[in-house]
Design a protein around this ligand. Sequence first.
Ligand code: ADP
Ligand code: MG
Length: 414
Amino acid sequence: MKFEDYHISAEIKKSLAKLDFKKPTDIQYKAIPPILKGEDVLAIAQTGTGKTAAFVIPILHLLNEQKKNRKRPGIKCVVMAPTHELAIQINGVFQEIGKFSRIKTLALFGGTDQAPQIEKLSAGIDVLVATPGRLFDLRSQGHIDLHAVEILVLDEADHMLDLGFIKDIEDLIRYLPRKRQTLFFSATLNEKIKKLAYSLVHNAIRIQVSPKDPVSKNILHSLLFVEMDDKRFFLERIIGENADKKMIVFVRTKVRAERVMAAMQRVNIKTVTIHSGKDHQERAAVMKKFRAGEEMILIATDVSARGIDLPDVDLVINYDLPDVAENYVHRIGRTGRGMSKGQALSFCSTEEKGMLTEIENYMGKTIEVIELGRELYQETLDFTKNENNTTWRDIQKELDMAEAELKKKRKKKK
Ligand code: ADP
Ligand code: MG
C-alpha cells in the first residue's frame, strides 16, 4: 500500500511526496490505521524503522481535519521525548510533514531561556513536543494549559526510563484529561517498560515489529578482534580508506572521545566529538556541521547519540563496545535508516570479550567476525609508516562479499 492510497489529508500526502516517502515502513503500516481510529497503541520497533512518522502522520491528519471544522484553541497533543535533541528532531518531523497543514507545533526543552518559549506558547500551539522537566516547570508556572489535550505520545520510552523521567511523567499525566488517546513508542520492551506502558494505556493495541531480530535488516554488521592499544591504528586505516564516507565512531567515555580525536589529529585526520562534557550549544553546532556534511567523522558517546536521526551515515564504528548490551543495537541503528543500507564494524579487545557475549545473548545471535590473521593485523599496525593500502581493502572486499552472500540468502528465502 502506498501513502497515496491512505485516507489522510491531501496536505499531508503532498508533503510526504515531497519528502519522497512513498510507502509506509512496517511499523507505519501497522500503527497508522489504529491511531487514526483513536485507539491507544503500544508500538515496539527497532531503531531507524520510522517510528516518528508512524505517529506524526495520523496525528497531523486527525488534528488538521478537526481544525478545518472548528477552531477550538488549545494544545491538542503532547509528545514527550527524553532529550533536547530529540524534542527538536521530532518537532522538525511534525513541521516537515505538516508543512501544508494548519497545525502549529513547538519544541520545549530545558537548559535554555524560558521567555522565548513562553512567548511562542501564547501564539497558540496545537502540538507540543517537550522534555518532561521543562514541560513540568512551565505547567507549574501556569504557562501551559493541558485541559484540551486529546493525544499523549511517549516517544523513546525506554530511554526515558533510563534517564529516570518516570516520576516527571507520572506527575504530568495527572494534569491531562483522563479521556485521551495514548501512544507509546519504544525500540525495546522489557518488564519496566511494560509496567509503565500498561499504567498509561487502556486496552492498547500492541504492535511489535520483528521482535526476534532487534537489528534492522538494512544493516550489515561485523566485528574485528583488536587489542585496546591497537585500536587507533585500525581506525586511522579505516578512515583513510573510506575518505568519502560519513562515519560515527562510538567510544565508551568522554575522555576517550577527546583522546581518540587527538590521536587522529596527530595523523592529520579531522574529527569532531559529541558527549556530555559539552554544553547544548556546542553539541548543536557539531551536529549541524555533521548533518550538513561539513564534518564527516563524529566521535560520540552513547548518551549523546541515542535516538538522533542522522540521515546518511554510511558507517558506524564501535571503537569500544558499549557498557550496556542494548546500546549496541542503538548505536548501529544510526546507519541503515529508513529505506537505506548501512554498515557497522566493532572493535573487540580481549578485555571486552565478556561484553561481546552479553551483546550476542541480548540479540539472540552472533556477530560475524572478520578473521584478519596475524600478518594482516601487523600490517595495519605498520600502516602509518608503510602507506600500503591493500590490507584494509581486503577487509572491505570481505565485507562486500559477505553482503552479496546475505543478499543471495535473502532472495532464496523470498
Ligand atoms: P526511529 O524513531 O524508529 O528510530 P525515525 O522515525 O527517526 O526512526 O526514522 C528513521 C529515518 O527513516 C528518518 O530519516 C526518516 O526520514 C526515514 N523514514 C521514515 N519513514 C519513511 C518512509 N515511509 N519512507 C522513507 N523514509 C522514511
Ligand atoms: Mg525515534
